[in-house]
Design a protein around this ligand. Structure first.
Ligand code: ZN
Ligand code: ZN
Ligand code: ZN
Length: 315
């Protein structure tokens, strides 16, 4: 069965695939990205060989009547290989290669987003088994959905409320507040600010926000893209120094939806990093109220995490 079903109670779509998205890295030996029939490259985009979403999917398997809805799994699922070398990491590859990745992400965002059936292009990466990575090979994923996916949608709707109430972008307010306070800032340059969020969901969560109101990768200048790469690289290198092992994390890019342009004033480009570790030897376990009610409980202290990360990132 390959299809997407809509939950009328939550308004969210669930994608049903014929492959488990949580297959362990060892299930995929030998590594499919090592087997690509290509020579040297800096960054390479390939279609996901087992795509959850695709441009011409088979028709939906199930018939649905009110109040339910079902559709074919239309969209796109791409994998970006960031190096031919299986053992490379974003940190070992260096900031220049992250900059290459940012240009490729921007190109795919523009190309996929231009398709009329695509409403949101979700660019993300999982690094490390504990973060749910299905490949150890350095890679990221680009999933293009017809609808704005739930987490960005909630952010955008909240930001729209803030804009209506104050006439300001909530993310621009957050940048001003974090710069003014400084207690949670991990590292900054002229274009970007990396900080532990005031109400972080996990102990070592870091957000990297554009210092000015840029809705998406497409509005970032080449200089800004280079500065984003440099700052991201510094934070990721700091993650690896924090506990002296490669810290697993999920990286998510949140930016403007590509549905109708109605969200530009409240879309503010940012990268969210969420590591599942709560300490060097302890992973965050599923927290029942999170599954029960969507409530996050953070055993850390954001200001203390920021202090640790500042030290790990260094000058
Ligand atoms: Zn590989
Ligand atoms: Zn803004
Ligand atoms: Zn976000």
């Amino acid at each position: 069965m390959r299809e997407r079903r809509w939950d009328p109670a939550t308004g969210a779509w669930t994608t049903f695939t014929n492959v488990p998205p949580d297959r362990a890295p060892d299930d995929l030996e030998p590594c499919p990205l090592c087997r690509l029939p290509v020579g040297a490259y800096d960054v390479l985009v390939v279609e996901d060989p087992l795509p959850p979403l695709e441009p011409s999917p088979p028709p939906a398997h199930t018939e649905a009547a009110e109040p339910y809805a079902v559709t074919a799994a239309i969209g796109a699922s791409e994998v970006v290989a960031h190096a031919p070398e299986h053992e490379a990491t974003f940190v070992s590859l260096g900031p220049k290669r992250l900059e290459d990745a940012i240009h490729v992400w921007a190109d795919r965002y523009a190309t996929l987003g231009a398709r009329p059936e695509i409403g949101y292009v979700l660019i993300h990466a999982a690094v490390g088994d504990a973060a749910g990575a299905t490949l150890t090979h350095p890679h990221s994923r680009i999933d293009a959905y017809p609808e704005i996916v739930p987490v960005p949608r909630r952010e955008l709707e909240t930001a729209r409320g803030h804009l209506l109430a104050t006439d300001r972008c909530v993310f621009c307010d957050i940048v001003a507040s974090e710069r003014g306070d400084g207690a949670r800032v991990v590292k900054a340059n002229d274009s970007f600010l990396a900080f532990v969020p005031f109400a972080a969901r996990v102990p070592y969560e870091v957000h990297v926000l554009a210092q000015r109101h840029a809705p998406s990768l497409l509005e970032l200048t080449d200089v800004e893209r280079a500065e984003l790469a440099r700052l991201l690289h510094q934070v990721l290198a700091g993650y690896d120094r924090l506990f002296d092992f490669p810290l697993p994390y999920v990286l998510a890019i949140h930016q403007a939806p590509t549905d109708d342009g109605q969200w530009q004033s409240v879309s503010h480009f940012h990268v969210e990093l969420t590591p599942p570790h709560r300490s060097a030897d302890e992973l965050r376990r599923p927290y029942p109220p999170e599954l029960a009610g969507g409530v996050h409980v953070n055993p850390g202290v954001p200001e203390r995490s920021a202090e640790q990360l500042r030290a790990a990132v260094g000058e």
